[in-house]
Write a protein that binds this ligand. Structure first.
Ligand code: F0G
Length: 467
């Protein structure tokens, strides 16, 4: 007899993914001994592991999606002309159709777009309020001379708080930032869909409308980080009264219509391995972006992407807006999250759109925050099962620009990020069981000390040693 567990008879009807698999990729299977060596050599940083040493890779959902046959077919139709590629015009058309902005500037990925918009709109001394920082977004704002100010609702910093829209802006806080600095010092408010660092938490349309009203009064722009806005729209459909019958695509369009432009990492929602864009409504800002893209990314009709990549993004945008797709995508994340919650593992609630976030502070109260509990937990999970996750805590937060002190974020998390259309439910079971057993033995996990610290975005390349 095989070791298939007996299951109780069904009491409900399940859903399944709206696709089937036609090509597979072998994944490496390793021993515990091999993994102990690999993590030591990687300086206890999962970013420095070789992918060949990883069994189930939940480092990120960025650029790790499986493309569809329709996207791969599009890759064969790449028009690799230096200028005026037909794939650019197709991409432009799809961005206009689904996101609704007038102008599109392609970039190699999200941070390329962040670089351009920060350089164009931010002057030294400016302040950029936003619904929690993201690493690359804040860095580009700072490199342009600006300062990010967090105006997300306080609920977002509490892992167990089940507010349905933890990505919302605290309007009173935003108002007071505007009063303190004056509208002239605020080039835009930065609003992200399903806030990554908060655990993949959405904002509501009601909140965004209120932000729009307030910023309109002061003539301040809203720039959307549209990277995971489709996931945000799905949560609005599921949770916000009045939207339960609206297609996700219509909700995305409504969100974008309340903003002045967006930066986009197509590596997430849009189901591609590389690509991004900046989209805008204002003609003069667009013209400046079109000038600058040539300097930093490539001509304004490719922006760092091959023609075939732009075709894959154009088709990926269309697929990403499909209600069945997004339900299955977020549904898989919920499957993993619900298992862990039911088994008593402390996770950020509600479960996010792109991953399950473990609360390392709650799990490892014996490890001081200055000894990087989330970093240590990610390393321990890898050693247990070869599942690769990512730290989203003190290491990711970095140092304050003014004083050089380390930030001590309230959220000290490990992110199990689910690539789109890549892993099966059995993979999720293996992941959940590994996390459960590591949780059972959590008292054995020791903290780390940082022995190498890069100057920018240190989490990518920092090295550690066990205490
Ligand atoms: N904005 C958000 C919300 C992101 O999550 C990312 C990337 C970016 C912008 C930057 O885009 O990587 O294409 O330059 N997030 C990845 C992650 C790296 O793992 O969460 P990019």
């Amino acid at each position: 007899m095989t070791d298939t567990a007996r299951r109780p008879r069904p009491t409900r009807r399940s859903w399944a993914e709206p696709f089937r698999i036609k090509m597979v990729e072998k994944v490496p299977v390793t021993t515990r001994e091999q993994r102990e060596k690999a993590i030591r050599e990687a300086g206890y940083n999962t970013f420095l592991l070789r992918s060949e040493d990883v069994y189930i890779d939940l480092l990120t959902d960025s650029g790790t999606s499986a493309m569809s046959d329709w996207q791969w077919a599009g890759m064969m139709l790449g028009d690799e002309a230096y200028a005026g590629s037909r794939n650019f015009y197709h991409l432009e058309e799809k961005v206009q159709q689904y996101y609704g902005y007038r102008y599109v500037v392609p970039t190699h990925q999200g941070r390329g777009a962040e670089h351009l918009i920060s350089r164009i709109l931010i002057k030294p001394g400016d302040v950029i309020p936003g619904n929690m920082y993201f690493t690359t977004t804040r860095l580009h704002q700072e490199l342009a001379g600006g300062r990010f100010v967090d105006v997300i609702i306080p609920d977002a910093h509490e892992p167990q708080n089940e507010h349905p829209f933890k990505g919302n802006v605290d309007l009173a806080k935003l108002k007071s930032v505007i009063e303190e600095h004056g509208a002239k010092r605020i080039p835009y408010v930065s609003i992200a869909g399903t806030v990554n660092m908060a655990g993949g938490q959405p904002f509501s349309l009601e909140n965004l409308r209120a932000v729009r009203e307030l910023t309109n009064k002061h003539g301040i722009r809203i720039i959307l980080d549209a990277t995971r806005v489709v996931e945000n729209a799905y949560f609005i459909q599921q949770r916000e009264p009045g939207y339960e019958h609206r297609p996700v695509a219509a909700i995305v369009k409504e969100i974008c219509s309340l903003t002045d432009g967006c930066t986009m990492s197509a590596k997430k929602d849009s189901l591609v391995n590389i690509g991004g864009f900046l989209a805008l409504n204002e003609q003069d800002v667009y013209e400046e972006a079109r000038n600058l893209v040539v300097v930093f990314e490539g001509l304004h009709t490719y922006g760092g992407m091959a023609g075939r990549d732009m075709e894959a993004v154009a088709r990926g945008i269309e697929e990403s807006m499909d209600d069945d797709h997004i339900r299955a995508r977020v549904g898989q994340v919920y499957y993993l999250g619900n298992l862990l919650r039911d088994w008593g593992v402390p996770i950020v609630l509600p479960v996010g759109g792109h991953g399950v976030f473990l609360d390392a502070k709650a799990m490892l109260p014996h490890v001081e925050q200055e000894h990087y509990p989330a970093q240590a937990l990610a390393a321990a999970i890898y050693v247990d099962s070869g599942v690769r996750s990512m730290e989203r805590g003190t290491v990711s937060a970095g140092r304050k620009k003014e004083t050089g002190e380390e930030y001590r974020p309230k959220l000290e998390l490990v992110r199990l990020t689910i690539p789109r259309r890549v892993y099966t439910q059995a993979h999720m079971d293996v992941v959940a069981e590994s996390v459960y057993f590591v949780h059972q033995e959590r008292e054995r996990i020791r903290g780390l000390k940082m022995v190498y610290e890069p100057r920018y975005l240190r989490f990518f390349q920092a090295r550690f040693e066990p205490l």
